[in-house]
Design a protein around this ligand. Sequence first.
Ligand SMILES: [Zn+2]
Length: 285
Amino acid sequence: MTLLVDIHAHVQFSAFKDDADEVIRRAIEAGVKMIAPSSEIRTARRAIDYAEKYPDDIWAAVGLHPIHLKAAHFDGGGEDSPAFETYGAHYDEAEWRPLAEHPRTVALGEVGLDYVDRLSVSEEDRALQEATYRQQLDLAIELHKPVIQHCRSGPVAGKPRDAHEDALAILAAYVPQGLRGVAHCYSGTLEQAHRYLDLGFSLSFTGLITYNSAWDGVIRDVPLECIMVETDIPYMTPVPHRGKRNEPIYVRYVAEHIASLKNKPFDDVAAQTTENAKRLFALPI
Ligand SMILES: [Zn+2]
């Protein structure tokens, strides 16, 4: 069976509260291994619970997502974008460290910068995001675990700001200390993609690429050795299941789309992206 590693599957999110085990079973039967990243402390603990329950198929990533540093309500837009609340979390390393050190935790994530409009990010908010990001990068280096980076550009203090420029500047100081990682749901330019690669980072793509051609050029250009695949369930459902809740088995459509853009056999894309995930996260597969 062709193995795929969905490096970003929030199986522990409430969208799956009634049927997570069925969704996971379908993935396992289809040869899909999963990394479950967290957004805040509760979903970090639940990610580890799932990683313990499915030791051969799920691994946890724990981190405080920047969106949770400020309280806001996000309206949903259907099964593939459920509504959610953020609550103004405070990053307390004493609370996070044991989760990050946990043997089922293979990475720190999601960590990064998020300037989405809905958060009305002020300069103080941005500075707090950066400080929290840096604290988690320090921990990743200390624990020799990679990071899963989330970045979204948007307005800061009312002016458009490129989150990838900020992230690249921050990472440049950490990579020489041994930091490794992946830019998840890659949303930057081709030029920025090469700067991530120069830093030794990989890029990963979601089902977004099946209905938005903005990153076709990046995917064609970047070596397959630097690419991973993910779903970001329950979000970003690929064609042909748009509008429905996403699930890990659909990671296949992401790999197929990459194969068509790169004009390579699906099996080569599956094998190489699996190898890339295995290497970065030290997965025993
Ligand atoms: Zn995510």
